[in-house]
Design a protein. Sequence first.
Length: 119
Amino acid sequence: AEERNTVARLKRLMFQEQRKNARLNKIKSKTWHKLQKKSREREQEKLLEKLEASNPEEAAKLREELEKKLSKVRLQRQSMARKKWAKAAQRFGGSDMRNEVSRQAQAASDARKELERAI
């Protein structure tokens, strides 16, 4: 009987968690997502500070990985913005605009290859 009660309690908790996650996944508000992101970042920072107190080299390693990840996301975002601009420029611009777009794309590609070689 006790085992059945614990199983029922766990099922109930799992169901509540699923309902909560479903409700949170439906939220499309930019401000809510922004607040959630800030909250996650604060929690992550607190954990890193605790880790730094106990194990500084591990914390430094984690911070470095986090920085790499953030820089990669930043580069992807910039790349997507560039692609979007280039598509619009090619669609609405003339032949000189197309030449300019291809020149800029080549310069960006060269810069990216140089960065990859540096890393």
